[in-house]
Design a protein around this ligand. Structure first.
Ligand code: 3HC
Length: 698
């Protein structure tokens, strides 16, 4: 392989360039190259100052994450940075695109930093369950002061170049152009002779009078907002060390804390989540070079909350949308939702007022699908009624141009049956958005039996263009996410029936790391939604229709959840906090008595195992059936659609950590005890457990 770091001299300036696509990660070869180039610059008597810059669109994305967990190879990143820090010749780092993690720690080991406008600069290690481990926690406070450094390191959020200049992270910002030219200009304007090789590590002026209260406040905030997370607290410890100890001792403390984070299971989960998000975009079965269809105009049918939310996904990406609803009032309500949302975003300063108007104007109303004759992609988002959907798809078949992609947003109905209502099932697919569609990042793209490869490739690309995490799934009831949720829901319901309180079940799930419990989520979504579906399925005589249960009783009383001020919990005016309700306790008591159930105390471990193992077993069935491509696809669906704690990596990754043998044995025990077929371990889980393998090994 070519050396990923090159050195050249232009007059009195030595230029070190990293060129290691795609993101100039600081892997072993780059580190070796950096040390060699620096030595060459040091040796060359004609070099008086050095520029460190990078080729490509990103300065560097930091340490090579793929090397984590493997034995480290010298020179390590801290060793490389120490060499830059020690250089007798001044070094100017030229930043562009993105400078993240080690990709900022390295420039902070240089003596000056210049950046092109818009460059994103930050230390996002905490998002991977880590802390900056190559001097970032010691050098950033020396540039910005401890309080701002704490904020950047604990949130992991980057700042743009202009803010970095204000904070003292960079010394100059250039409007645009080439970062190397900016650095050369900076040197010329300052004068090579005036540059000094004063390392950031030697500075103490910005940290000298740090109020220790900032650390106590940061710890208290984290304990409240991120009680389950390990690395943010270690970030605070490391920044505190910067103000408590001389640089070298602080650095040693940072290293020790970094190693603790590296060893934590949360780091493994978060890095799995990072790579997972990128992995799901790759569809191994698609032939290389599968062409993409053009998607420049979109139609959305149904102007309800879902339809108008989907329309906003496209408008926000600058793609014009025709929003269709046969009912004028519904159409107006949908447009009003679009306007309200964008105006709200502008008020909060997330977008400019002009941008809000531009997006609003991209959503055009229509009362008939006839308006969709030139749409490249149509997404149907009417309510879950097969006959209605078939009628709509038959109409689309008549109206839409050849090659248009016809997608349904159904969450429960058979995409293949919908496709059969058209003469072009190869163009039909599912695009299952999650509510609120303009916010939730997950998109389950559903491949029908006859969906063509180029349609699949196109909708995966559309997901990327509208900022979603698209995951390809196959056709089945509930696809991947809701099918597994259904399992968790059934167990949560049974646990309450047997004696647990809804708030106990929810507390266990929240303790595990879900942002809200199962029943609080039902109240948010509306208890009536599931109730109506259950009623329909019972009426239709569906063989797997759920027998009347205690939740029906709650719905029958008009307790629909947050929207009616009471559901499984009660809510106080203007407050979304779920509060246990004695009325519900009484409903449960009556229900159990009438059903002849003697309530028993249920411990938290049983709740956790039954709720999550049921999901894992279903996930294994989903894999076996090929409905999900890989275990990681299931993980990503749960991470982005259902609030599965990212630091646990997703349900299948978590199951691998628990051990499939243990899960299998518990499933067998539950099956033996209850005789319920859903507890029978799926053949895949059984095979893996017996072979001592993991889902990741598939
Ligand atoms: N190490 C190894 N691979 C990386 C990487 C890294 N730091 N960052 C990105 N990649 C890989 C991605 O996995 C992807 O690989 P693929 O093409 O095989 O799927 C490829 O580079 C392109 O990445 P993206 O698709 O994410 O490209 P984008 O342009 O959308 O985003 C980015 C670029 C903003 C830099 C984004 O990749 C990112 O956020 N990367 C991680 C940044 C980060 O967390 N850095 C800290 C690393 S830890 C560290 O530095 C420790 C130190 O303190 C000791």
């Amino acid at each position: 392989m070519d050396n990923p770091v090159s050195f050249e001299r232009r007059a009195r300036i030595g230029i070190i360039t990293i060129d290691s696509p795609p993101v100039n990660a600081l892997g072993h070869a780059v580190r070796v190259g950096l040390v060699a180039a620096l030595e060459e610059a040091g040796r060359d008597p004609q070099v008086e100052a050095i520029v460190l810059n990078s080729a490509g669109r990103i300065f560097t994305a930091g340490a090579d994450i793929r090397e984590f967990g493997k034995p480290s190879q010298a020179p390590t990143l801290p060793e490389v940075i120490a060499a830059f820090d020690r250089s007798a010749k001044p070094i100017v780092a030229a930043l562009h695109g993105t400078a993240l993690g080690g990709g900022l720690e390295l420039p902070m080991g240089c003596h000056y930093r210049v950046a092109l406008a818009g460059t994103k600069i930050g230390l996002p290690e905490v998002k991977l369950g880590l802390l900056p481990g190559a001097g970032g926690t010691q050098r950033l406070p020396r540039l910005t002061g401890a309080e701002r450094a704490l904020d950047m390191i604990v949130t992991g959020n980057p700042v743009e170049a202009a803010e970095a200049l204000e904070l003292g992270i960079v010394d100059a910002v250039y409007p645009d152009g080439i970062a190397l030219d900016a650095a050369l200009d900076f040197i010329e304007k300052t004068g090579v002779d005036k540059l000094t090789a004063t390392p950031v590590s030697s500075r103490t002026d910005r940290i000298a009078n740090t109020d220790p209260a900032v650390f106590a406040a940061a710890r208290a905030k984290l304990a409240k907002e991120k009680p389950n997370l390990f690395s943010p607290q270690r970030c605070v410890d490391a920044v505190e060390a910067a103000v408590q100890f001389p640089f070298t001792e602080g650095l040693a403390r940072e290293r020790a804390l970094f190693q603790e984070c590296m060893a934590s299971p949360q780091r493994a989960g978060l890095i799995h989540a990072f790579f997972g998000e990128r992995e799901v975009a790759k569809i191994p079965s698609l032939p290389a070079g599968t062409p993409l269809r053009k998607v420049e105009k979109v139609g959305v049918i149904g102007a309800g909350t879902m339809g108008s939310g989907i329309a906003m996904c496209f408008a926000s990406a600058g793609i014009p949308v025709t929003l269709v609803d046969a009912k004028p009032e519904a159409l107006q309500a949908g447009l009003a939702n679009v306007r309200r949302t964008y105006e709200g975003n502008a008020k909060k300063g997330r977008i400019s007022a002009e941008e809000a108007e531009r997006r609003i104007a991209l959503v055009q109303p229509a009362e008939s699908v006839d308006a969709l004759s030139d749409a490249d992609l149509v997404i149907e988002a009417v309510f879950e009624d097969m006959e209605l959907k078939k009628k709509i798809f038959a109409a689309l078949d008549r109206v839409c141009k050849q090659g248009a992609i016809l997608a349904t947003n159904t969450s429960t109905l058979d995409v293949d049956a919908i496709a059969e209502a058209t003469s072009r099932p190869q163009d039909v697919c599912g695009m299952h958005f999650f509510s609120p569609a303009n916010i939730m990042r997950l998109l389950e793209n559903v491949r029908g039996e006859k969906t063509s490869d180029d349609v699949i490739a196109t909708i995966m690309d559309v997901a990327r263009r509208i900022g979603k995490v698209g995951v390809l799934v196959g056709v089945c009831y509930g696809f991947v996410g809701n099918r597994m949720l259904h399992q968790r829901g059934r167990e949560a319901m049974s646990l309450v029936e047997e004696g647990a309180a809804p708030e106990q079940v929810d507390a266990v799930l929240k303790g595990f790391g879900f942002p809200m419990g199962h029943f609080a989520m039902s109240d948010l979504a509306g208890v009536d939604v599931g109730w109506r579906i259950r009623q329909e399925r019972r009426k239709a005589g569906a063989p797997d229709a759920i027998a009347p249960n205690w939740l029906d009783r709650i719905a029958e009383l008009g307790r629909y959840g947050q929207k009616t001020g009471a559901g499984i919990y009660r809510y106080e005016q203007g407050d979304r906090t779920p509060r246990p309700d004695p009325e519900v306790a009484k409903i449960l008591e009556d229900y159990r008595r009438e059903a002849g159930i003697a309530p028993r105390p249920i411990d938290d471990q049983e709740i956790l195992e039954r709720c999550l193992y049921a999901m894992v077993n279903e996930g294994a069935r989903i894999l076996e059936e090929g409905v999900a491509l890989r275990a990681v696809d299931i993980d990503v669906i749960w991470l982005h659609g259902y609030g599965f704690p990212a630091y646990r990596g997703g349900p299948m990754f978590w199951a691998d950590q628990v051990g499939l043998g243990k899960i299998h044995d518990t499933l067998v025990a539950l099956h033996d005890k209850t005789g319920e077929p859903h507890w029978k371990p799926s053949p895949l889980l059984e095979r893996l457990a017996k072979a001592g393998q993991t889902f990741a090994s598939l």
